[in-house]
Design a protein around this ligand. Structure first.
Ligand SMILES: NC(=O)C1=CN([C@@H]2O[C@H](COP(=O)(O)OP(=O)(O)OC[C@H]3O[C@@H](n4cnc5c(N)ncnc54)[C@H](O)[C@@H]3O)[C@@H](O)[C@H]2O)C=CC1
Ligand SMILES: O=C([O-])CC(=O)C(=O)O
Length: 326
């Protein structure tokens, strides 16, 4: 049976990297066909048609069909996976909070449409910024879909953190396990190496350099999006698409026994994070379900950072509540 995958903002820069990898089998492997459902706004439909022509021209054996449109109820009909990428990207000098207002309307409408027409087993991954709060808005506007089916993308931050740690320690990314991103996909996020392992050894002990953690590692990961905008003149796209794939693939097919992933999911109060916040935790996944990793010891340094990023998410939640979006 083919998997129906919706991608919003499909004519955008992330879409241009994402669609070709999905069509090539990166999400479900070489045995599973996909039907692409691509949602755009009217002004981008021409561009989207061009992207669809290119998808056709790749002659991907696993790509069963492409449906394009501007009507969320039609595009989301029966979808098993919805990747909500479409949003207005941040530009230079714009803080992500400025985006809340602009994007709120998009995610209320899409939450309602998913609620009405998506498949019973739908999973929804939100990449469009501000991702955590957009996911919260979509979730709260889809009361018939279980809350745990919504997740916001912090996998890009997770991958950035793994890469920085590998470079610092001269190790391979494949030797690194149990990286954690806590909180918001924003500058307040907390990339935490205190539980991470490098070839089975405690990462923080291998690094043995608290100054590097505080003054280089955390700010480099947390401000990487801005650094890329500064350098490229537009926000990260190929890496964001790659992380969107990693996150959805691991969610559906499971994390390895000796590792976990970072996903922003609805808090159940674990680690003292207010229930109902869309907060990034370390999670293990199996068969499309996730569980927050329990029992990690949290030192005072981590506690303060986890609380600071939670406070920002509370502010965002309060703002969208005031705006009447949830
Ligand atoms: N969570 C993460 O790690 C990351 C998130 N992002 C975010 O991803 C989003 C997309 O980024 P790009 O592809 O670079 O932006 P882009 O501007 O190139 O593409 C966005 C697309 O969304 C479409 N769109 C806007 N409103 C829509 C709606 N209501 N329905 C369907 N489509 C709609 C636009 O027409 C456009 O084609 C941005 O919000 C960006 O900030 C980017 C990088 C990393
Ligand atoms: O910073 C941005 O606007 C794009 C983004 O989310 C990232 O690269 O992490």
């Amino acid at each position: 049976m083919a998997m129906k995958v919706a991608v919003t903002g499909a004519a955008g820069q992330i879409g241009y990297s994402l669609l070709f990898r999905i069509a090539a089998g990166a999400l479900f492997g070489p045995e599973t066909c996909v039907e692409l459902r691509l949602l755009e706004i009217p002004s981008a439909i021409n561009a989207l048609e061009g992207v669809a022509m290119e998808l056709d021209d790749c002659a991907f054996p696993l790509l069963d069909s492409i449906q394009m449109g501007t009507n969320a109820d039609q595009i989301f009909d029966g979808v098993n996976l919805a990747l909500l990428v479409g949003a207005r990207p941040r530009t230079k000098d714009m803080e992500r909070k400025d985006l809340l207002d602009a994007n709120g309307a998009i995610f209320t409408a899409q939450g309602k449409a998913l609620n009405a027409v998506a498949a019973d087993d739908v999973r929804i991954g939100v990449t469009g910024n501000p991702a955590n709060t957009n996911a919260l808005i979509a979730m709260r506007n889809a009361p018939d879909i279980p809350a745990e089916r919504f997740s916001a993308l912090t996998r890009l931050d997770h991958n950035r953190a793994v890469s920085q740690l590998a470079t610092k320690t001269g190790s391979r990314v494949s030797d690194i396990r149990k990286m954690t991103i806590w909180g918001n996909h924003s500058a307040t996020q907390y990339p935490d190496i205190f539980h991470a392992e490098i070839a089975g050894r405690h990462a923080a002990e291998v690094v043995n350099d608290q100054q590097w953690i505080e003054q280089y590692f955390i700010p480099t990961v947390a401000h990487r999006g801005s650094a890329i905008i500064e350098a490229r003149g537009s926000s990260s796209a190929a890496s964001a698409a790659s992380a969107t794939i990693d996150a959805a693939r691991d969610w559906l097919s499971g994390t390895p026994d000796d590792d976990w992933a970072s996903m922003a999911v609805v808090s159940d109060g674990s680690y003292g994070i207010a229930e109902g916040l869309m907060y990034s935790f370390p999670v293990t996944t199996k068969h499309g379900n996730w569980e927050i990793v329990q029992g990690l010891e949290i030192n005072d340094f981590s506690r303060a950072k986890m609380d600071a990023t939670a406070a920002e998410l509370v502010q965002e939640r309060d703002m969208v509540t005031e705006l009447g979006l949830i």
